[in-house]
Design a protein around this ligand. Structure first.
Ligand code: NAG
Ligand code: NAG
Ligand code: NAG
Ligand code: NAG
Ligand code: NAG
Ligand code: NAG
Ligand code: NAG
Ligand code: NAG
Length: 510
């Protein structure tokens, strides 16, 4: 399945040959390759792109197929969507703009001082007090929602700024971690106002160009996922790998949260930039190292339940204790780790920095069968152990035993226990258009067979009731059918007929 494709060993981007690499010796890289190939057999991704940086050495490698039909392999330039891992670019960009700010803006400047009267949140207190730090730390307490992104709601970022006042507060201000796609997008808007150009332009000018990230793009702005250098958007559907519709990968206006597409070669440059404390390969600083460090600093503490591996059950501990500006902060074998992992439809990735030993890892996948973040740690554990000179506690022998074997039959049964498989009683009560001032209208109609159907942008589904009186499930059809179901909550509390569809939800972790 995963053919050996390209073997690149770029020592500090100069003309070294593999033999000059002291770290990425053929012995080491062939171990990593064997492990990743085993991983691919276990978790079924179609393509996988990997970059490892240790000190001034870089190793990148593609596995599997970018396009199965033409047998185009993944290589170090193949693009994958970064999904939520895009946020760490947006916070770095803001750091750059802050360093140059003539108005003296800092992470603690209230956002309203930058955005002006266009900007209003749900109440005056949070409008007055929300800072960039609150937004990037995910602690505004405002509701987040993925549903409008699935639907493909489109508006300008300026219009989002005006309408964000309709996003309800669901938690206390500054109390809990509540990853919020819409608030990160607002951070992108702040960058636009500070930098005097679109987020896309600023990203290209200030990060991609100086770091020579020549492959990197923004989806919907200057690349599409069906481009001929993209790993095509394969997804699992009914125990099969199928291509998803490229039209669902349009994210306006949330590109500053999920819009970047990048390659292993480019991510190696990005990781090196972090390991060099914010400098280009030529030693030119793009922001102050203190400003960059601020983006790794603990903002929200997490409970010990985030320990992903823990002695004595496991031979090591990988404990997550908090979050910064959308990096998770952890310890692994005593070393401080900053990591993040994004996922959307086909694409799932992982990025980690262990700055104390000058180590960075990135990998991205298409059609990873089990998208649980635990499964992505496997590659991290193995590579980090090898590079730290430890005997890997997960290896090609122990891997299947240690990891939960993927149950490929489980997908289509995941949701069935909570569903009562009857049609909705009194469907006519639900018919009509439900307005949302921030996220647009949701339409519910009955077709001639009396089926109750929901239509909300790209979300098309047949509704059925559940054992919870105000929750209906949509069996999806159309371009999002591979996601199987979408849950929608109707408020029926006082009115005899349902009068509200809830498009917003509480905490989702990064
Ligand atoms: C890479 O780093 C090592 C150790 O820090 C040093 O000995 C070597 O000269 C460096 N190589 C290059 C190409 O900069
Ligand atoms: C918010 O700021 C405005 C303008 O400074 C002020 O009039 C108002 O009292 C403040 N409201 C709260 C709740 O802080
Ligand atoms: C922004 O909002 C204005 C006024 O509501 C509307 O006319 C315009 O079409 C919107 N533009 C976008 C791109 O959302
Ligand atoms: C999963 O779905 C497939 C295709 O619809 C079906 O053949 C299979 O029996 C289902 N598996 C289970 C465990 O329900
Ligand atoms: C994997 O680890 C186990 C336990 O440490 C060891 O017995 C085994 O030889 C290792 N296998 C490989 C391929 O390194
Ligand atoms: C899926 O189910 C089939 C039939 O029940 C079984 O033969 C197969 O081993 C199962 N596959 C997995 C990965 O569990
Ligand atoms: C009504 O919608 C359901 C679900 O999409 C579909 O299966 C059925 O064929 C439709 N009936 C008509 C008459 O279009
Ligand atoms: C719905 O059914 C599931 C499983 O049958 C059960 O766990 C859950 O508690 C039920 N919920 C309600 C609100 O009755």
């Amino acid at each position: 399945m995963s053919t050996v494709l390209t073997l690149l060993c770029l020592c500090s981007l100069t003309l070294f040959t593999a033999a000059d690499c002291k770290v990425f010796t053929p012995e080491l890289t062939s171990k990593i390759e064997a492990f990743v190939e085993k991983y691919m057999q276990a978790y079924g991704p179609v393509g996988l792109s990997l970059a490892v940086v240790k000190g001034n050495e870089t190793w990148t490698r593609g596995f599997g197929m970018a396009d199965k039909a033409s047998q185009r392999p993944v290589d170090s330039s193949t693009l994958f969507a970064l999904a939520s891992s895009t946020t760490v670019f947006t916070s770095t960009l803001l750091g750059m703009l802050m360093d140059e700010s003539k108005s003296g803006y800092t992470w603690n400047t209230p956002v309203k001082d930058i955005l002006g009267s266009d900007f209003q949140l749900e109440n005056d207190y949070i409008t007055n007090h929300t800072t960039l730090k609150d937004i990037l730390a995910g602690r505004t307490g405002l509701s987040s929602s993925l549903t409008p992104i699935l639907a493909g709601v489109e508006m300008s970022r300026q219009n989002l700024t005006r309408r964000i006042q309709y996003l309800p507060a669901v938690e206390e201000f500054r109390d809990v971690l509540n990853y919020n796609l819409w608030m990160y997008t607002l951070a992108g808007r702040v960058a636009e106002v500070m930098g005097g150009a679109s987020w896309e332009e600023l990203l290209h000018q200030r990060i991609f160009q100086p770091l020579q990230m020549t492959d990197s793009r923004v989806i919907g702005y200057n690349v599409k996922v069906d481009a001929d250098n993209f790993a095509l958007p394969y997804v699992w559907h009914r125990n099969d790998v199928v291509l998803s519709d490229s039209a669902i990968y349009r994210f306006t206006p949330v590109e500053p949260t999920i819009g970047i597409a990048t390659s292993a070669g480019d991510m190696a440059k990005w990781l090196s930039f972090h390991l060099r404390e914010g400098k280009t390969a030529d030693g030119v600083p793009l922001l102050k190292k203190e400003t960059l460090k601020e983006t790794y600093k603990l903002q929200m503490a997490l409970p010990g339940t985030f320990n992903y591996a823990k002695k004595p059950k496991d031979p090591v501990t990988f404990g997550v204790y908090g979050t910064s500006f959308c990096w998770f902060l952890s310890y692994y074998r005593g070393y401080q780790v900053e990591w993040t992992g994004g996922g959307l439809y086909s694409y799932n990735n992982f990025i980690a920095l262990i700055r104390d030993v000058d180590l960075g890892i990135y990998f991205s996948t298409t059609a990873l069968f089990d998208t649980n973040i635990y499964k992505r740690f496997e590659i991290f554990y193995y590579i980090v152990d090898l590079l730290l000179g430890e005997v890997p506690w997960r290896n090609t022998t122990t891997f299947p035993k240690f990891s939960l074997a993927p149950d490929r039959n489980a997908t289509n049964t995941t949701y069935t226990p909570v569903v009562v498989p009857y049609i909705v009683e009194n469907p006519e009560l639900f018919e009509g258009t439900y307005g949302n001032r921030l996220f647009g209208d949701v339409s519910i109609s009955r077709n001639t067979s009396g089926e109750l159907l929901v239509s909300y942008g790209r979300i098309l589904g047949k509704l059925r009731k559940t054992n919870s009186t105000n929750v209906l499930l949509a069996d999806l059809y159309g371009p999002l059918e591979f996601l199987h179901i979408a849950e929608m909550t109707w408020s029926t509390s006082k009115s005899p007929s349902p009068h509200q569809v809830n498009l917003v939800s509480t905490s989702r972790s990064c």
